[in-house]
Ligand binder design. Sequence first.
Ligand SMILES: Cc1cc2nc3c(=O)[nH]c(=O)nc-3n(C[C@H](O)[C@H](O)[C@H](O)COP(=O)(O)OP(=O)(O)OC[C@H]3O[C@@H](n4cnc5c(N)ncnc54)[C@H](O)[C@@H]3O)c2cc1C
Length: 415
Amino acid sequence: MLPSDASGHLATTDFLVIGGGVIGLCLALNLKRHYRDCTVTLIEKEESCGRHASGRNSGVLHAGFYYGPDSWKARFTLEGNRALKAYCRERGIPINLTGKLVVARDEAELSGLHDLLKRGQANGVPLDLVTEEEARRIEPRVKTCGQALYSPETATVDPRRVVAAFAADAEAAGVVLRPSTAYLGRRKGTVLTTGGAIDAGHVVNAAGLYADAVARDFGFAQDHAILPFKGLYLHSSEPTGSLKTNVYPVPDPAYPFLGAHFTLGPEGGVTLGPTAVPALWREQYRGWAGFERGELRAVLRLGYRLWRSDPSGYTRLALTELRCCFRPYLVREAARLVDGVRAEHFRVWGEAGIRAQLVDTRTGRLEPDFHFEGDERSSHVLNAVSPAFTCALPFTAYLVDRIPGRGALPPDPVV
Ligand SMILES: Cc1cc2nc3c(=O)[nH]c(=O)nc-3n(C[C@H](O)[C@H](O)[C@H](O)COP(=O)(O)OP(=O)(O)OC[C@H]3O[C@@H](n4cnc5c(N)ncnc54)[C@H](O)[C@@H]3O)c2cc1C
């Protein structure tokens, strides 16, 4: 017999969403709004939503000038930025309209700066190429070599407040939220969870760091695996207002990461980070907590393969980023972006976040864009890495149109 819910009945739902991060919550909400008479259930393994990437990110509403024009990231970032700002205003969630400067640390980086400008223009993103002097008027402490890019649309919010608002909206719309309920596996059409079995018409996988494992149970993600990359933050003890805008370096185009940078929180506090250090298991936040031997083996195996073939320059990335775990090195790197960076201001490590970076196991390439697979029975959102927080509203509205309607397939017979 399959396990059942507390009342002894097999729970049923039209749509079952796995994962209560911003992507799962927005998908559940959009599905419920789209198919009003359908039942939508969301299971989340933690006690509350947003305990992983969605609640542990920089809270930056990106503007959308990093991404190639044919990508989903380009398509949804600016729209997502505006939609999330409007949403926060509606919900009374503070937004810090920081803007952002991207600086060239030396002359060689100027061509990268101009490439970003071209990408921004192709994506319709408001962006100004400014002189060093103009950059200093925006941020008196900034250091740049001749020119910088200014993005007026970039802003920051508290991601936890956004997650909490999405969760409240989902519940108010009639989504059944089931925290402390982990997906365990599937048997035919029935999903097995720690809270009993659920007959689901359609399963929507938004399980973040575990999305590849869930997808494989349904026959998807056969050529992909998630490699976790940890983002460490250092909090500055300088007073609020010591920086006036976010300051980023020109990113290395070989990697889907932006390089350690300065961001201002919603109240103006300065943070340095995040790094992109390879993590040894998926939720390796601190010390040995949550150690998973099987995950360590899989990560080392995949890391070794990437190191051997190295199409993504993985070894260079790993070595550079590992140095960023050392506070003095990270602070020295940061001092190339702004004046007056002093080690004694950066003594406190913040809460780390971990990126669910997807790797194409055939080519060893780090996937640059969001990735979606599915059929009539299940849908899988993979590689929802940055800027998926910014993109969450329009990206999930778009995905709902790709998810077969009403979760209508009858469940397979239970065996
Ligand atoms: C360090 C860092 C900084 C970032 N900064 C930014 C930024 O400034 N701006 C931006 O736009 N984006 C940023 N991002 C990206 C952004 O945080 C993510 O793209 C976004 O949060 C992804 O949301 P998600 O719902 O897919 O994943 P998650 O938030 O990880 O949610 C997945 C959920 O699935 C649950 N789950 C997993 N397995 C199971 C299971 N078996 N059963 C039930 N539930 C399960 C997890 O507990 C989790 O709550 C950053 C990410 C990181 C890591």
